[in-house]
Design a protein around this ligand. Structure first.
Ligand code: SAM
Length: 206
């Protein structure tokens, strides 16, 4: 593992890194503009990290899943009757016995997964969301019109699978009905481009 990846796998450094990015503001915008949780929603957060987004989601029933024990140790401090964290690989959701979520979020996850891993994840998500349930993904993206610095930063991301919007979209639409694909250059205070995809689960057997 590269030094940068080892450093960021440590919760303290990851937290400091997110503070420098002012990730709180980014998350707040994501929740208001794209995630739009409804009171009472059952929310599944895949690749939840330290679960920071939980407190922005309001009165929902929340389950976060991640493999990084350092992040999960911090996340578990947020656990209560409506919040739980599970240590598991999200490319194998079937073994967790989940069902009937209203909303799934994958914030900064797909660009860490190969096409095959993403396909396993998305297939699993399509089975644990109720019919008409929504999936929101956010990832760094390559676009023809982005600033050079944004492109370089995306290329340097520790996720080895940063794609163009059509790359993310092609993966999602194998299992979901894509409702919108938005590229934003304004979610962080320095030049950076994100792709946000909102999709809906399809009726079973389609
Ligand atoms: C860029 S971080 C995003 C964390 C969180 N969603 C956030 O926005 O702060 C990506 C997260 O995905 C997790 N992750 C990557 N591959 C995973 C996998 N196969 N199963 C579960 N978690 C995974 C990492 O451990 C990390 O916490």
């Amino acid at each position: 593992m590269a030094l940068r990846d080892r450093v960021l796998a440590n919760q303290r450094w990851y937290h400091a890194f997110k503070q420098a990015l002012r990730a709180d503001t980014t998350m707040r915008t994501m929740v208001v503009d794209h995630i739009r949780p409804q009171t009472g929603d059952r929310v599944l957060d895949v690749g939840c990290g330290d679960g920071d987004i939980r407190r922005l989601l309001g009165e929902v029933d929340y389950t976060g899943v991640d493999t990084n024990e350092n992040y999960l140790r911090v996340a578990r401090g947020l656990e209560d009757r409506s919040t739980r964290f599970v240590s598991a690989n999200v490319t194998d959701l079937a073994r967790l016995g989940f069902s009937e979520f209203d909303l799934a979020i994958a914030v900064g996850l797909l660009h860490h997964l190969s096409d095959e891993e993403s396909d396993n994840l998305l297939s699993g998500l399509s089975k644990v969301l109720r019919q008409g349930g929504r999936l929101i993904t956010l990832d760094p993206v390559f676009t023809p019109d982005q600033r050079t610095i944004a492109r370089v930063l995306a290329a340097l991301d520790r996720g080895r699978h940063v794609r163009e919007a059509k790359g993310y979209c092609g993966l999602v639409e194998s299992h979901f009905a894509v409702r919108s694909v938005v590229t934003r250059h304004d979610l962080i205070w320095f030049p950076y481009s994100h792709c946000i995809i909102e999709s809906e689960s399809l009726p079973a057997n389609t």
